[in-house]
Design a protein around this ligand. Structure first.
Ligand SMILES: Cc1ncc(C[n+]2csc(CCOP(=O)(O)OP(=O)(O)O)c2C)c(N)n1
Ligand SMILES: [Mg+2]
Length: 899
């Protein structure tokens, strides 16, 4: 049907509408909804396309269904004044300093009431018997959060003074960063789009814990724990923001509330100047099955909208106006609104003839600035059962900032208000500060015994304490000794396996452990079979909130696809962003649910950091604890798959995140030692680190752990084998991941073909070696008069003889990182360049990292050292050429970097 369908029979239309009114009045909204549903079904059967999912441009909750406001509006207004003032003063003050550290005023001014209604009436703190709500606060409204914590006495005057001036340790962070303020912020939200997707998976994780019996479900749904995510309308353009909304309704996350601040603006200008963002979002969310509540107009409009004669025309006009116009109205003032908005229809202009320009401007506010409307929406949201809620709040960006930035395109970045602009803000909100205080942008703290301060504290005490807050009373888990993974420490003899299989065995061992078992959260994005994890389907079950309502086709197999309400494994489907968000929820559960969990997210390493890098960064910020496993890693290990699948760089991405420990092991015992150490550090000692471990899909026999290798494995390097006996020529070979085995083979070639002894070093963490090296260099720089510290690499290699050659399945920069700490000559081989499909052997030759290239590189390094030597048995350029000829290496072969 065309949207412009002409109403050929208004009388008939009116009768249908009246019929609905009568049903609502007599039997309520649920019955009316049911009737509509049935009518739509009947129409569809007759070939009528269903109407679209949009409702008129008015508040979803009619005045008749608005609950009475339970708070003291006058006192709340007093609190708001202090908040608006302090949030502004904080930014203005900071930017009078030479550093001009920035900050935002306009966004908090537009959302202040949305937060206040929550703090005063809804959000449960950590002492609430049902547990605390989780607040994903819009990142750049942080000044508002600090302003409240200041009133509450949780942030000091001097901290406010040092907003965004953190380096000296006195300040507070620009945005929500748990890493920087670990007892305050819980969730990092400022990278747009991550807040919404992480909030969805947090809500899902709460249900997971409840369904698995690891946390208790509230008896009264409205008072159960909720996840509240505050989002910008501009932010909703991020694919991550709306990309997971279907999961929220599919899993019936009625513990989730999105509040989208529709101030119609983003940073540069309008979000949808030519359209209506609220309507667009309504359609998307309603289509996805959410409870959608529009809060568009403040109470001042109620009388006009209910006007029996012209209310309908006003509603039509509201729908006709586009966002670019709405933004302009609020910027230009009451007279302009009279002319350009109401003036579009003479009847409407007449309707407001008795109102002054000021009344039009100040009384006809948007819904998000009206406590009663916001309260009604929140009340509806917490009572909504069976589906998540999104509240679309219509507001003005820079509300109250007037000429300094109300509804202006520059509002977002306005941070330097003049004294006269500050004075106007003060007057507009009746903030009790003197001209002198305005001049100095001084903070305002109402007296401790003032009614508003008593009210503020009383409300938070009634709701279970202050928020945001990240109490430090975390539980710890007892981790048994390394024998937990005993099976992985032994020689496997003829039996072959991959490190991926070793990792699965690690998980199985954890799952079988009485205390640790229930805490394990295996997470996969549709690749469990790739990693040989299908056995876990039955062992721990796949989480499905509704259980398994069908008989799986493989019910009679030994490893059936078993879904269950108490299932432990999170099968996220082909959705790396979602799986990572799930992992973050589990990895921060120790802090947010006071339940330490052991999440293991296993994925194709190429679809890891490169895909979800920003979430991994946020995980570091949120002090996540858990394991990320990059399966099928290495540029040459995944034969056949080609350019998109072959990862030669994820280790470097991981190395960028300061609290991410990264390892590239080769053998099962390394895997066991690394995982065990990780579990001790994270779960027993409570360290804020997480692990990235790359695993391989190549099967080979696993040797036993060399005596005393543990310390070196953890530090990133240990001697795997020392060439026995005395030799004239000696080299030191380094390798990790899949290429260590090529390095071991090269040692044999060097010995048998060239009489060169090669000591072999495994380097399961070049990243950790580099960090340790840099830390020593830094300490030495700052302590020139003290005995120098020696990096672990240097300690390992300083007594060793001959040049050092490293080869890995990663780009050269990976092994290059340790060059400064390697004594003497150091040659690096690596897999720079796009991958391609072929066999492992062909790929390793193509990228020049295999046993032959390691051998040639070792001979070349020796030849360079012995240049001009006439000694018998000296290695020369000729020897290198001979070796190339022997191994069939074409010196004119194209450079794989560009091939
Ligand atoms: C991924 C990402 N890109 C860009 C930014 C920079 N940025 C911060 S706020 C903002 C505009 C936000 O507009 P909106 O979401 O509508 O929030 P409002 O301030 O209007 O409430 C931008 C582009 C960011 N923080 N994250
Ligand atoms: Mg906006």
């Amino acid at each position: 049907m065309s949207m412009d369908f002409h109403d050929t029979d208004p009388q008939e239309t009116g009768e249908w509408q009246e019929a609905i009114d009568v049903v609502v009045e007599r039997t309520g909204v649920d019955r009316a909804r049911y009737l509509l549903q049935k009518t739509v079904e009947a129409a569809a059967e007759a070939g009528v396309e269903p109407p679209d999912t949009h409702t008129p441009y008015i508040n979803t909750i009619p005045v008749s269904q608005q609950p009475a406001y339970p708070g003291n509006l006058e006192l709340e207004r007093h609190i708001l004044r202090a908040l608006r003032w302090n949030a502004t003063a904080m930014v203005v003050k900071a930017n009078r300093k030479p550093a001009e550290p920035g900050g935002h005023i306009a966004s908090f001014q537009s959302s202040a009431i949305m937060y206040e209604v929550g703090y005063n009436h809804f959000w449960k703190g950590h002492d609430h018997p049902n547990g605390s709500d989780m607040l994903f606060i819009q990142g750049h409204t942080a000044p508002g959060t600090y302003a409240r914590a200041f009133l509450e006495g949780r942030i000091s005057d001097s901290q406010l003074e040092n907003f965004r001036i953190e380096a000296a340790g006195k300040g507070i962070s620009s945005y929500p960063h748990p890493y920087l303020m670990p007892d305050f912020w819980q969730f990092s939200t400022v990278s747009m789009g991550l807040g919404p997707i992480m909030a969805i998976y947090q809500a899902r994780f709460l249900k997971y814990l409840e369904n698995r019996g690891l946390s208790k479900k509230a008896e009264n749904h409205a008072e159960g724990r909720k996840v509240w995510a505050f989002l910008g309308d501009g932010e909703m353009d991020e694919p991550e923001s709306q990309g997971a909304i279907a999961l929220a309704s599919r899993e019936k996350l009625d513990n989730l509330v999105f509040v989208v601040n529709c101030n119609l603006q983003r940073l540069d200008g309008p979000v949808r100047g030519n359209g209506k963002i609220v309507q667009e979002l309504e359609g998307n969310f309603r289509g996805a099955g959410w409870n959608v509540i529009k809060v568009l107009w403040g109470s001042g409009w109620d009388r006009l909208l209910d006007d029996p004669k012209y209310g309908k025309l006003l509603r039509q006009l509201m729908m006709e106006c586009i966002d670019g116009e709405y933004q302009n109205f609020k910027n230009k003032g009451g007279a302009y609104i009279r002319e350009k908005f109401f003036g579009k229809y003479p009847e409407l202009k007449a309707m407001v003839a008795d109102m002054s320009d000021d009344q039009i401007y100040y009384d006809l506010i948007r819904g998000g600035h009206d406590q009663a409307k916001v309260y009604a929406a929140y009340h509806n949201a917490v009572n909504s059962v069976g589906r998540p809620t999104v509240i679309l709040m219509h507001t003005v960006k820079g509300y109250g900032m007037g000429e300094a930035g109300e509804g202006m395109n520059i509002s977002h970045q306005q941070k330097k208000l003049s004294s006269s602009q500050l004075g106007k803000l003060r007057d507009r909100f009746h903030i009790p500060v003197t001209d002198e205080q305005v001049e100095k942008a001084e903070f305002y703290q109402p007296a401790a015994d003032s009614p508003e301060m008593q009210y503020l504290h009383a409300r938070r005490q009634a709701l279970g304490g202050y928020l945001p807050n990240r109490p430090q009373n975390f539980e710890t888990l007892d981790v048994p000794d390394l024998s937990l993974f005993e099976a992985l420490l032994k020689d496997t003899g003829e039996r072959t396996m991959s490190t991926t299989m070793a990792m699965v065995r690690v998980m199985v061992a954890i799952a079988r452990h009485k205390e640790l078992g229930p805490r394990l959260v295996p997470i996969v994005p549709d690749e469990a079979r790739t990693f040989g994890m299908e056995g876990m389907f039955r062992q721990v079950g796949i989480y499905a909130p509704e259980g398994q309502k069908y008989e799986p086709m493989d019910a009679n197999d030994i490893m059936p696809y078993k879904e269950s309400q108490k299932g432990q494994l999170l099968q996220e489907g082909i959705n790396e962003d979602g799986a990572m968000s799930s992992w973050i929820a589990a990895a921060t559960s120790y802090a947010n649910n006071h339940k330490m969990m052991i999440p293991v997210y296993i994925f194709y390493s190429m679809f890891g950091f490169q895909r979800i890098g920003d979430l991994a960064w946020a995980a570091g910020d949120m002090l996540a604890r858990g394991f990320l496993i990059g399966g099928t890693s290495g540029r040459t290990t995944l034969n056949g798959e080609g350019l998109q699948h072959q990862d030669g760089h994820s280790q470097l991405f991981a190395g960028f995140i300061p609290n991410c420990m990264s390892y590239d092991p080769t053998f099962a015992y390394e895997m066991a030692v690394i995982c065990h150490d990780g579990m001790k550090r994270m779960y027993q000692n409570g360290e804020n680190v997480f692990y990235y471990i790359t695993t391989l899909n190549e099967n080979y026999a696993m040797p036993a752990m060399p005596e005393g290798a543990e310390e070196g494995i953890i530090k990133g390097m240990y001697q795997f084998r020392k060439a026995e006996g005395k030799a004239k020529q000696r080299v030191q070979l380094l390798g990790c991941g899949s290429i260590l085995r090529e390095v071991i083979a090269a040692a044999e070639l060097l010995q048998t073909d060239w009489g060169v002894a090669a000591d072999i070093w495994a380097t399961p963490s070049l990243n950790e070696l580099a960090r340790d090296g840099a830390a020593c260099a830094r300490w030495n720089l700052l302590h020139p008069d003290q005995e120098a510290r020696k990096p672990w690499v240097t300690q390992c290699l300083e007594g060793a003889e001959g040049p050092v050659i490293a080869s890995t399945d990663y780009i050269r920069n990976f092994a290059e990182q340790i060059r400064a700490y390697v004594p003497g000559s150091y040659s690096v081989l690596g897999t720079d360049g796009f991958g391609r499909s072929d066999s492992r052997a062909a790929l390793r030759a193509h990228f020049e990292v295999d046993r032959h290239y390691v051998t040639v590189a070792a001979l070349k390094a020796l030849a360079d050292q012995q240049q001009g030597s006439k000694a018998k048995g000296a290695i020369t350029a000729k020897t290198v050429l001979e070796a190339m000829a022997k191994y069939g290496i074409d010196p004119e072969k194209p450079n794989p970097l560009y091939a």
